[in-house]
Design a protein around this ligand. Structure first.
Ligand code: G3P
Ligand code: MG
Length: 235
């Protein structure tokens, strides 16, 4: 059955990567949410997409140059709509615990913003363990193959997905190297033939970020998951 996952929570109708987005996803009856994580200045895993704060908060500069405590003084909701004023930037711990309380499954995207890979992976592992988040309900993805390789060697029990924009020629080798369960591709840069090959090689196939259902008509027979800002359009 095709899984519909909310992108950055449910970024079409709530501030991206916010706890409000998790609430919205649960209200819509979704089972899966995608979100982004990287490190604060004090090496805490945070839930945020951009390297810089301006677009999605009332802060300034690079997120990674602020401590978690500083980041948590920011408003990450008002930029989206006044009714979301007061939303704070979630730590990974808060996000995992909130998702767990809502029984949501998570696609955690490791965002590589030139931070030490080992520190990010270790921070994520620490929080997943602290929250006792069920590993069956967690899929970890990244565009950064090196981060996934490191994670796979550190904790082979985690389910991994390689993210691609343009699919490289060595995709099969990369998926094997991390014992991936899935491949997450940009629907605008993936042909039906490529989708078929990935499926025939035994991997689950997801595509992002699809906001108009008609745009993936051709790929649909090969897809296991669609990641959308507007998951409600697929329900
Ligand atoms: O995981 C799919 C998608 O989130 C990848 O792109 O930039 O939205 O994190 P981005
Ligand atoms: Mg993402």
């Amino acid at each position: 059955m095709l899984i519909i996952a909310g992108h950055r929570g449910a970024a079409g109708s709530t501030p991206e990567n916010s706890l409000a987005g998790l609430d919205r996803a649960a209200q819509l009856g979704l089972h899966w949410v995608e979100f982004d994580t990287f490190l604060s200045k004090d090496h805490q895993a945070i839930v945020f997409h951009d390297e810089t704060l301006e677009r999605c908060s009332n802060g300034q500069g690079k997120a990674a140059e602020h401590t978690l405590a500083e980041l948590q003084t920011l408003d990450v909701g008002a930029w989206f709509a006044p009714e979301f004023a007061g939303q704070t930037l979630p730590s990974l711990r808060e996000y995992l615990l909130h998702a767990k309380s809502l029984k949501l499954k998570l696609n955690l995207e490791l965002k590589y913003h030139q931070q030490p890979r080992q520190q990010l992976v270790e921070a994520v592992l620490k929080e997943v363990e602290h929250c006792d988040f069920p590993l069956d309900d967690l899929l970890i993805s990244s565009f950064d193959h090196q981060s996934l390789l490191f994670l796979h060697h550190q904790a082979p029990q985690f389910k991994l997905a390689q993210l691609y924009e343009e699919i490289p020629n060595n995709w099969q080798q990369q998926l094997q190297d991390i014992k991936a369960v899935a491949c997450h591709v940009d629907y605008q840069q993936t042909s039906v033939e490529q989708a078929k090959q990935i499926k025939l090689a035994g991997y689950r196939l997801s595509t992002y970020t699809v906001n108009e259902p008609k745009e993936i008509t051709a790929l649909l027979p090969w897809l296991d998951m669609v990641i959308s800002d507007f998951p409600e359009r697929f329900l």
